[in-house]
Design a protein around this ligand. Structure first.
Ligand code: CMP
Length: 139
């Protein structure tokens, strides 16, 4: 059975342009429920830890720099098939390849400054949710 939570982060490009409200409304209109939400300013250690799986990738340092450049809004979202449905809602990692109407197509600038994160598996959704929130906040 597919899980019913996913973890998203509204990234600094989107918060910096005042797009958080529009993006949150888009998410709610699509039927997701916000179980937990906060605004955070990540330091290099926190951002690097979140993206540790990409540590060896050429874009890692730039990604960490970008994610520490302004406020982020992590949220735990709930819906049936949350991971797959949310990835459909946000569109491809590179907004140039994202489908019309997706959050990244509407609001992202580039593959790095791509407005929003979405977990890629149920296992990662749980791990990522616990990266920002306690059990009590999630369940
Ligand atoms: P996200 O879904 O948050 O997961 C990993 C992030 O790394 C991704 O969004 C992008 O912001 C970034 N990323 C992935 N591939 C590249 C790339 N080729 N160049 C720059 N950034 C990338």
């Amino acid at each position: 059975m597919n899980g019913n939570i996913t973890l998203t982060i509204i990234k600094p490009d989107a918060t910096g342009k005042g797009l958080a409200g529009k993006i949150i409304d888009h998410i709610l209109q699509a039927g997701f429920r916000i179980k937990a939400m906060k605004m955070v300013y990540m330091d290099e250690r926190t951002a690097g830890g979140f993206y540790a799986v990409h540590r060896e990738r050429p874009f890692f340092q730039d990604l960490v720099k970008f994610m520490t450049s302004g406020p982020c809004i992590p949220m735990v979202l709930e819906k049936d098939d949350a991971v797959a449905d949310f990835r459909k809602l946000i569109g491809a990692t590179n907004p140039a390849q994202a489908e019309e109407g997706t959050i990244r197509k509407l609001y992202a600038e580039s593959i790095e400054r791509n407005a929003i994160h979405g977990s890629d598996s149920d296992e990662n959704a749980l791990r990522e949710a616990h990266y920002f929130f306690s059990d009590m906040e999630i369940f």
